[in-house]
Design a binder for this molecule. Structure first.
Ligand code: HEC
Length: 307
């Protein structure tokens, strides 16, 4: 090769490399997305290969690191304290299972799967009730609570908090006076325990009951009677409860709120309503958490916004 042709070739390669090198905006965008997802920044930058960062979102979302990061985030939002042991820590394993196998997000709550309580391995089992991790012994034990009548009020509350983001600040007087179902009917208690569309006692009546004491306490399935909840819905049993919750608009909003908080580290504000609506549309269409997350991460505004 003569000198001139070699120079031309070198120039050509340099120009190509320049076109490939991510510019400052692409670097910033990659940094923001990779930090959010917990995927390495340098590796992400390298993997761009000429694409724009936001065109790579779907691929990054599939990575094991991103799935692990997201599972940890969901766990922190669904449980206010760490579990007492591995058996009580099934939620992140269940989230990883749903995302890795590209199942609809709702399956987390209504899927028929078993969580092995010694290693949190998950296996599908069509003979199980459609209760997601709510059916697992570890989760039920974690939220047995200590109501004197065995009603699993804590589990009922957690279920609604997890699926639709329902939030109550339990009364500091919970322990005061008569804590039984009769006691909970008192005026100062019944607002949360009976008279709300989400009455805690009514919900707990659909759940298994706590039997036994101390370390030997466990949840036991009991026959239940239908309860009227959510402004007039007759809810038949535990499975039906989760089915009703996951079919509600509140579930769509809860999911897009969680997704927003994950991608931005805070709750959404009023001026982000259009973005939020696009998430709700995307999620309502496919039921996939990946689509909820991507609706934000692929939005041009996501990379324009100065964090
Ligand atoms: C502001 C709503 C609210 C009010 C008012 C309220 N509670 Fe509760 N209560 C809750 C919530 C939420 C839980 C579930 C707490 C949890 O997740 O551990 C709960 C749980 C309980 C439990 C089960 C505790 C456990 O650890 O299992 C008892 C017993 C109880 N409440 C009794 C009462 C009594 C008695 C009153 C009235 C003096 C009362 N509550 C008033 C919201 C309320």
């Amino acid at each position: 090769m003569d000198a001139l042709r070699r120079t031309l070739l070198v120039n050509l390669l340099a120009t190509a490399a320049l076109a490939q090198a991510p510019d400052e905006a692409a670097q910033r965008c990659t940094r923001r997305i990779s930090q959010t997802l917990g995927v390495g920044y340098r590796a992400s930058l390298t993997s761009l290969a000429g694409a724009t960062p936001q065109a790579r979102v779907r691929t990054w979302l599939e990575s094991r690191d991103a799935i692990t990061t997201f599972a940890g985030f969901i766990n922190s939002r669904f449980n206010s304290q760490p579990g007492a042991n591995l058996a009580e820590e099934g939620v992140p394993a269940a989230v990883r299972f749903i995302l890795t196998n590209k199942k609809p997000w709702k399956e987390l709550f209504v899927g028929r799967y078993k969580i092995n309580h010694t290693n949190n391995q998950i296996t599908e089992d069509a003979t199980l009730p459609a209760l997601g991790y709510f059916g697992s012994l570890g989760w039920q034990k974690r939220y047995l609570g200590n109501a004197p009548d065995g009603l699993m009020l804590a589990a009922g509350y957690r279920t609604m908090q997890n699926v639709v983001g329902f939030k109550l600040i339990p009364s500091p007087q919970n322990g005061e006076g008569d804590a039984t179902a009769t006691g909970r009917e008192r005026a100062e208690c019944r607002g949360c325990h009976f008279d709300s569309p989400y009455g805690l006692d009514l919900v707990a009546r659909l759940l298994p009951r706590k039997v036994g004491m101390g370390g030997g306490a466990r949840a036991e399935k009991v026959p239940v009677t239908p309860q009227t909840l959510f402004n007039g819905v007759q809810v038949r049993d535990h499975e039906h409860l989760i089915q009703v919750l996951t079919a509600s608009d509140a579930f769509l909003f809860r999911t897009c709120r969680l997704a927003f908080e994950f991608v931005s580290g805070r709750a959404e504000s009023a001026c982000e309503a259009p973005m939020f609506d696009r998430c709700v549309d995307a999620f309502a269409r496919t039921g996939m958490m990946q689509d909820a997350l991507a609706s934000y991460l692929e939005d041009p505004q996501y990379c324009e916004a100065v964090p």
